[in-house]
Design a protein around this ligand. Structure first.
Ligand code: ADP
Ligand code: MG
Length: 262
Protein backbone atom coordinates (compact mmCIF):
# COMPACT_ATOMS: atom_id res chain seq x y z
CA UNK A 1 0.00 0.00 0.00
CA UNK A 2 1.29 3.45 -0.89
CA UNK A 3 1.57 5.96 1.95
CA UNK A 4 1.21 9.63 1.00
CA UNK A 5 2.76 12.09 3.47
CA UNK A 6 2.33 15.87 3.25
CA UNK A 7 4.91 18.15 4.87
CA UNK A 8 3.08 21.40 5.58
CA UNK A 9 3.51 24.69 7.43
CA UNK A 10 2.52 28.02 5.88
CA UNK A 11 5.58 29.59 7.48
CA UNK A 12 8.66 29.75 5.21
CA UNK A 13 12.12 28.68 6.34
CA UNK A 14 11.02 25.98 8.80
CA UNK A 15 12.80 23.19 6.81
CA UNK A 16 9.83 21.73 4.91
CA UNK A 17 11.86 21.25 1.74
CA UNK A 18 14.93 20.04 3.63
CA UNK A 19 12.74 17.50 5.45
CA UNK A 20 11.16 16.22 2.22
CA UNK A 21 14.54 15.83 0.54
CA UNK A 22 16.38 14.30 3.51
CA UNK A 23 13.56 11.99 4.59
CA UNK A 24 13.08 10.89 0.97
CA UNK A 25 16.77 10.07 0.58
CA UNK A 26 16.88 8.27 3.94
CA UNK A 27 13.84 6.14 3.05
CA UNK A 28 15.36 5.34 -0.36
CA UNK A 29 18.48 4.13 1.47
CA UNK A 30 16.20 1.68 3.32
CA UNK A 31 15.21 0.33 -0.15
CA UNK A 32 11.83 2.02 -0.01
CA UNK A 33 10.67 3.35 -3.40
CA UNK A 34 10.00 7.05 -2.98
CA UNK A 35 8.33 9.78 -5.06
CA UNK A 36 8.74 13.38 -3.89
CA UNK A 37 6.35 16.07 -5.14
CA UNK A 38 7.38 19.73 -5.38
CA UNK A 39 4.24 21.85 -4.83
CA UNK A 40 6.12 25.13 -4.31
CA UNK A 41 6.29 27.50 -7.32
CA UNK A 42 9.79 28.48 -6.13
CA UNK A 43 10.95 24.98 -7.14
CA UNK A 44 13.50 24.70 -4.32
CA UNK A 45 13.04 20.94 -3.98
CA UNK A 46 13.37 20.51 -7.75
CA UNK A 47 16.54 22.60 -7.74
CA UNK A 48 18.14 20.86 -4.78
CA UNK A 49 17.51 17.48 -6.43
CA UNK A 50 19.65 18.59 -9.36
CA UNK A 51 17.08 19.88 -11.87
CA UNK A 52 16.91 23.52 -12.94
CA UNK A 53 13.23 24.57 -12.91
CA UNK A 54 13.92 27.16 -15.63
CA UNK A 55 15.03 24.42 -18.04
CA UNK A 56 12.04 22.09 -17.65
CA UNK A 57 9.41 21.77 -20.38
CA UNK A 58 6.70 20.36 -18.16
CA UNK A 59 6.01 20.14 -14.47
CA UNK A 60 3.43 19.41 -11.78
CA UNK A 61 1.62 22.51 -13.07
CA UNK A 62 0.70 20.77 -16.34
CA UNK A 63 -0.29 17.63 -14.44
CA UNK A 64 -2.63 19.51 -12.08
CA UNK A 65 -4.31 21.23 -15.02
CA UNK A 66 -4.70 17.93 -16.88
CA UNK A 67 -2.43 18.93 -19.77
CA UNK A 68 0.21 16.21 -19.17
CA UNK A 69 0.18 12.65 -17.89
CA UNK A 70 2.02 12.44 -14.58
CA UNK A 71 4.15 9.52 -15.82
CA UNK A 72 5.55 11.74 -18.61
CA UNK A 73 6.69 14.43 -16.18
CA UNK A 74 8.49 12.37 -13.51
CA UNK A 75 12.27 12.78 -13.28
CA UNK A 76 15.04 10.59 -11.84
CA UNK A 77 17.42 12.15 -9.31
CA UNK A 78 20.84 11.35 -7.88
CA UNK A 79 19.16 10.82 -4.49
CA UNK A 80 17.51 7.58 -5.74
CA UNK A 81 14.09 9.19 -5.36
CA UNK A 82 11.74 10.04 -8.23
CA UNK A 83 10.67 13.70 -8.53
CA UNK A 84 7.49 15.38 -9.74
CA UNK A 85 9.11 18.78 -10.38
CA UNK A 86 7.76 22.32 -10.04
CA UNK A 87 8.46 25.42 -12.10
CA UNK A 88 7.41 29.03 -11.61
CA UNK A 89 4.36 28.24 -13.82
CA UNK A 90 2.85 26.78 -10.68
CA UNK A 91 2.36 30.32 -9.34
CA UNK A 92 -0.41 30.67 -11.94
CA UNK A 93 -1.98 27.32 -11.12
CA UNK A 94 -3.67 28.74 -8.02
CA UNK A 95 -5.75 31.10 -10.14
CA UNK A 96 -6.41 28.58 -12.93
CA UNK A 97 -7.40 25.82 -10.51
CA UNK A 98 -9.71 28.13 -8.57
CA UNK A 99 -12.04 28.29 -11.56
CA UNK A 100 -12.44 24.52 -11.69
CA UNK A 101 -14.80 22.22 -9.82
CA UNK A 102 -13.02 19.59 -7.76
CA UNK A 103 -9.91 21.80 -7.68
CA UNK A 104 -8.71 20.31 -4.36
CA UNK A 105 -8.58 16.82 -5.89
CA UNK A 106 -6.26 17.47 -8.85
CA UNK A 107 -3.11 16.08 -7.17
CA UNK A 108 -4.96 13.14 -5.63
CA UNK A 109 -6.27 12.14 -9.06
CA UNK A 110 -2.82 12.42 -10.63
CA UNK A 111 -1.07 10.42 -7.89
CA UNK A 112 -3.64 7.63 -8.26
CA UNK A 113 -2.15 6.98 -11.72
CA UNK A 114 1.32 6.15 -10.41
CA UNK A 115 0.66 5.28 -6.77
CA UNK A 116 1.27 1.55 -7.19
CA UNK A 117 4.84 2.25 -8.39
CA UNK A 118 5.91 3.78 -5.04
CA UNK A 119 5.90 2.74 -1.38
CA UNK A 120 5.95 6.32 -0.09
CA UNK A 121 5.03 9.66 -1.70
CA UNK A 122 6.15 12.83 0.13
CA UNK A 123 4.59 16.18 -0.80
CA UNK A 124 6.50 19.44 -0.23
CA UNK A 125 3.78 22.07 0.37
CA UNK A 126 4.31 25.76 -0.39
CA UNK A 127 4.42 28.43 2.37
CA UNK A 128 0.71 29.28 2.18
CA UNK A 129 -2.63 27.68 2.96
CA UNK A 130 -3.97 28.20 -0.58
CA UNK A 131 -5.30 25.75 -3.13
CA UNK A 132 -1.90 24.04 -3.64
CA UNK A 133 -1.55 23.13 0.04
CA UNK A 134 -5.21 22.04 0.01
CA UNK A 135 -4.30 19.73 -2.89
CA UNK A 136 -1.41 18.30 -0.87
CA UNK A 137 -3.56 17.71 2.22
CA UNK A 138 -6.42 16.26 0.17
CA UNK A 139 -4.10 13.75 -1.52
CA UNK A 140 -2.30 12.75 1.71
CA UNK A 141 -2.90 9.96 4.22
CA UNK A 142 -0.85 11.79 6.83
CA UNK A 143 0.59 15.23 7.50
CA UNK A 144 3.70 16.27 9.44
CA UNK A 145 4.35 19.88 10.52
CA UNK A 146 7.99 20.99 10.70
CA UNK A 147 8.44 23.46 13.55
CA UNK A 148 11.46 25.65 13.90
CA UNK A 149 12.26 25.69 17.62
CA UNK A 150 12.38 29.41 18.25
CA UNK A 151 10.19 31.87 20.10
CA UNK A 152 6.91 32.47 18.22
CA UNK A 153 7.18 29.04 16.52
CA UNK A 154 3.58 28.51 17.60
CA UNK A 155 2.32 31.45 15.53
CA UNK A 156 0.26 30.08 12.68
CA UNK A 157 0.11 26.54 14.06
CA UNK A 158 -3.50 27.06 15.21
CA UNK A 159 -4.47 28.22 11.74
CA UNK A 160 -2.72 25.26 10.11
CA UNK A 161 -4.44 22.79 12.44
CA UNK A 162 -7.78 24.45 11.65
CA UNK A 163 -7.11 23.98 7.92
CA UNK A 164 -6.24 20.32 8.53
CA UNK A 165 -9.53 19.84 10.43
CA UNK A 166 -11.47 21.48 7.59
CA UNK A 167 -9.80 19.18 5.06
CA UNK A 168 -10.71 16.23 7.28
CA UNK A 169 -14.33 17.38 7.31
CA UNK A 170 -14.67 18.27 3.65
CA UNK A 171 -12.22 16.72 1.18
CA UNK A 172 -10.25 14.05 3.05
CA UNK A 173 -11.78 12.32 6.09
CA UNK A 174 -8.84 9.87 6.15
CA UNK A 175 -6.18 12.52 6.78
CA UNK A 176 -4.20 11.89 9.99
CA UNK A 177 -2.12 14.55 11.76
CA UNK A 178 1.00 12.53 12.66
CA UNK A 179 2.59 15.37 14.60
CA UNK A 180 5.35 17.93 14.48
CA UNK A 181 9.00 17.42 13.66
CA UNK A 182 11.34 19.75 15.50
CA UNK A 183 13.77 21.38 13.07
CA UNK A 184 16.79 23.63 13.63
CA UNK A 185 16.88 22.17 17.15
CA UNK A 186 19.60 23.37 19.50
CA UNK A 187 20.25 20.68 22.11
CA UNK A 188 22.85 22.82 23.95
CA UNK A 189 20.26 25.14 25.46
CA UNK A 190 16.89 24.45 27.07
CA UNK A 191 15.25 27.04 24.83
CA UNK A 192 14.43 24.68 21.93
CA UNK A 193 12.96 22.12 24.28
CA UNK A 194 10.89 24.78 26.14
CA UNK A 195 9.47 26.08 22.85
CA UNK A 196 8.60 22.56 21.76
CA UNK A 197 6.90 21.52 24.95
CA UNK A 198 4.92 24.78 24.91
CA UNK A 199 3.65 24.16 21.35
CA UNK A 200 3.00 20.46 22.01
CA UNK A 201 0.97 21.36 25.13
CA UNK A 202 -0.92 24.23 23.65
CA UNK A 203 -2.11 22.29 20.58
CA UNK A 204 -1.93 18.70 21.90
CA UNK A 205 0.46 17.99 19.07
CA UNK A 206 2.80 14.98 19.38
CA UNK A 207 6.44 15.69 18.48
CA UNK A 208 8.12 12.92 16.48
CA UNK A 209 11.39 11.40 17.57
CA UNK A 210 14.13 12.50 17.03
CA UNK A 211 14.44 16.31 16.78
CA UNK A 212 16.58 17.49 13.84
CA UNK A 213 19.60 19.42 15.10
CA UNK A 214 20.71 22.71 13.59
CA UNK A 215 23.91 22.09 11.64
CA UNK A 216 25.79 24.20 9.14
CA UNK A 217 26.00 21.16 6.84
CA UNK A 218 22.49 21.91 5.52
CA UNK A 219 23.39 25.37 4.29
CA UNK A 220 26.57 23.98 2.72
CA UNK A 221 24.59 21.22 1.02
CA UNK A 222 21.96 23.55 -0.51
CA UNK A 223 24.73 25.85 -1.76
CA UNK A 224 26.50 22.95 -3.49
CA UNK A 225 23.26 21.48 -4.93
CA UNK A 226 23.84 18.11 -3.26
CA UNK A 227 21.88 16.45 -0.50
CA UNK A 228 23.15 16.54 3.06
CA UNK A 229 22.44 12.81 3.11
CA UNK A 230 25.16 12.11 0.58
CA UNK A 231 27.85 14.17 2.26
CA UNK A 232 30.09 13.18 5.13
CA UNK A 233 28.41 11.63 8.09
CA UNK A 234 26.84 14.41 10.19
CA UNK A 235 24.28 14.71 12.96
CA UNK A 236 21.59 16.18 10.69
CA UNK A 237 21.75 13.22 8.32
CA UNK A 238 21.80 10.81 11.26
CA UNK A 239 18.65 12.40 12.71
CA UNK A 240 16.79 12.18 9.39
CA UNK A 241 17.80 8.51 9.09
CA UNK A 242 16.37 7.84 12.56
CA UNK A 243 13.18 9.68 11.64
CA UNK A 244 12.90 7.61 8.44
CA UNK A 245 13.32 4.37 10.43
CA UNK A 246 10.72 5.54 12.96
CA UNK A 247 8.20 6.25 10.18
CA UNK A 248 8.98 3.13 8.18
CA UNK A 249 8.45 0.87 11.22
CA UNK A 250 5.10 2.58 11.73
CA UNK A 251 4.06 2.18 8.09
CA UNK A 252 5.53 -1.21 7.31
CA UNK A 253 5.41 -3.06 10.63
CA UNK A 254 2.43 -1.28 12.19
CA UNK A 255 4.43 -0.15 15.24
CA UNK A 256 3.41 3.07 17.04
CA UNK A 257 5.24 6.22 15.94
CA UNK A 258 7.86 7.15 18.53
CA UNK A 259 7.33 10.62 20.00
CA UNK A 260 9.22 12.80 22.48
CA UNK A 261 8.26 13.04 26.14
CA UNK A 262 8.49 16.39 27.87
P1 ADP B 1 11.10 25.74 3.90
O1 ADP B 1 10.94 24.73 2.80
O2 ADP B 1 10.19 25.46 5.07
O3 ADP B 1 10.97 27.15 3.43
P2 ADP B 1 13.91 25.03 3.81
O4 ADP B 1 13.93 23.55 3.86
O5 ADP B 1 14.09 25.66 2.48
O6 ADP B 1 12.58 25.59 4.50
O7 ADP B 1 15.02 25.53 4.84
C1 ADP B 1 15.26 26.90 5.06
C2 ADP B 1 16.73 27.12 5.30
O8 ADP B 1 17.14 26.48 6.50
C3 ADP B 1 17.61 26.55 4.20
O9 ADP B 1 18.65 27.47 3.94
C4 ADP B 1 18.16 25.27 4.78
O10 ADP B 1 19.43 24.95 4.25
C5 ADP B 1 18.25 25.62 6.25
N1 ADP B 1 18.12 24.44 7.12
C6 ADP B 1 17.18 23.48 7.08
N2 ADP B 1 17.37 22.55 8.04
C7 ADP B 1 18.48 22.93 8.72
C8 ADP B 1 19.21 22.41 9.85
N3 ADP B 1 18.82 21.28 10.47
N4 ADP B 1 20.31 23.07 10.26
C9 ADP B 1 20.70 24.21 9.64
N5 ADP B 1 20.08 24.75 8.60
C10 ADP B 1 18.96 24.14 8.13
MG1 MG C 1 10.30 24.98 0.83
Amino acid sequence: MTRILAIANQKGGVAKTTTVESLGAALADLDVSVLVVDLDPQGCLTFSLGHDPDQLESSVHDVLLGDEEIADVLLDTEDKVTLLPATIDLAGAEALLLMRPGREYALKRALAEVGQDFDVIIVDCPPSLGVLTLNGLTAADEVIVPLQCETLAHRGVGQLLRTVREVQQITNPNLTMLGAVATLFDARTTHSRDVLSDVADRYELPVLNPPIPRTVRFAEASASGSSVMRGRKNKGATAYRELAENLWKYWDAGEGVRTLDF
